[in-house]
Design a protein around this ligand. Structure first.
Ligand SMILES: [Zn+2]
Ligand SMILES: [Zn+2]
Length: 350
């Protein structure tokens, strides 16, 4: 490990978050030293998520200089009081970089810990060759799946897995997924279809239609060509869907979500349409229709393991395109314009 000590690494560096901000590939970033309870991970690849774009463009708060939170790599060094047995293990670094594990919220569900740290938000993220991370919050990854397939499961997959669980559906129930052909959506289609839910995929274009139907959607609605409310109503016998997971960060997607929900339905908030956007629903509508609204940012360690089991069984396979880390600015721009189908994974230079 002599070469790591005091060495420097390559990273996609953000000088300052802001609209249209451009990342610089720097080769002079210090390799961090693992502290108590931490390990040093040499990253192999990292998925790139829409929330990275929100952070880089200053649409949501970001207080660090390296984004990224879907990192896969190997433990190359253990910090104090970490058992050597994790050395060389393949691990995943997630958005939920560190939870306190001690508060009243963690006792119920650590994903909402008010004291958490997030990779790429307030601590350095995964668009770099190395990252130090607390071993307790890392995900140990199974053998048998490629790292580029595992990376999108760490945020896109886990987020959808948990959001679908929060919708509390039964087999045969209707689930509407706006953005179904995107990074989160296309994984959500697979999880929901394998659970026996009837997925109404909403997106646009022939390619995304084919992708969604191939992955198990019961119905595809092209939002550019079809009347979403009329089509959902027709498919569901006039009742509307049992649940909608709004994985798209636009106010219109939320408005549409409430419009296609049946009485007693559940809307799960996942996509972020700017931090000040208010939900387009009135207390009167909530009361009369008996709706439930729930927010979901990621998922629990138990949900992560359930999802990895599904992936190992071939029930959920992210569709990935691999680019080099140096292509990151092009990908950020395309994500901002919703021009990416499936998930992009960045290869980290080794
Ligand atoms: Zn993410
Ligand atoms: Zn906590």
């Amino acid at each position: 490990m002599g070469s790591i000590e005091g060495g420097v690494q390559v990273a996609a560096w953000l000088d300052k978050p802001g609209h249209g901000a451009v990342l610089r590939i720097r080769e002079d970033i210090d390799i961090p030293i693992p502290k108590e309870g931490e390990v040093l991970v040499k990253l192999e690849c990292s998925g790139i998520c829409h929330s990275d774009v929100h952070s880089i463009y200053n649409e949501t708060p970001m207080d660090t200089d390296i984004a990224g939170h879907e990192g896969v790599g190997y433990v190359v060094k253990c910090g104090p009081s970490v058992a050597d047995e994790v050395l060389n293990a393949r691990v995943g670094v997630k958005w939920q970089y560190r939870t306190c594990g001690k508060c009243e919220i963690c006792a119920v569900d650590s994903t909402a810990c008010p004291y958490q740290d997030n990779a790429g938000r307030n601590v350095r993220g995964t668009f770099a060759q190395y990252i130090c991370a607390p071993v307790r919050d890392l995900t140990m990854l199974p053998e048998g799946l490629e790292s580029k397939i595992l990376a999108p499961l760490l945020c896109a997959g886990l987020t959808m897995y948990s959001a679908i669980a929060k919708a509390q559906l039964k087999p045969g129930h209707w689930l509407v997924l706006p953005g179904a052909g995107g990074g989160l959506g296309h994984i959500g289609v697979q999880i929901a279809a394998s659970r026996g839910y009837k997925v109404i995929a909403i997106d646009s274009g022939k390619e995304k239609r084919k992708l969604c139907l191939d992955l198990g959607a019961a119905l595809f609605i092209d939002f550019r060509e079809e009347d979403i409310e009329a089509e959902v109503s027709r498919a569901t016998g006039g009742y509307g869907a049992h649940a909608v997971i709004v994985g798209v960060g636009s106010e219109s997607a939320y408005r549409q979500g409430f419009a296609v929900l049946r009485n007693l339905g559940t809307l799960v908030c996942v996509g972020i349409p700017g931090t000040s956007c208010q939900l387009p629903v009135t207390p009167f509508q909530m009361i009369v229709k008996g709706l439930k609204v729930v927010g979901s940012s990621c998922g629990t360690p138990a949900e992560m393991h359930e999802l990895l089991d599904m992936a190992m069984a071939g029930k959920v396979i992210p569709q990935v395109t691999v680019y080099e880390l140096e292509d990151i600015n092009t990908i950020v721009e395309k994500l901002a314009r919703f021009q990416i189908g499936g998930r992009v994974v960045l290869r980290i230079p080794q």
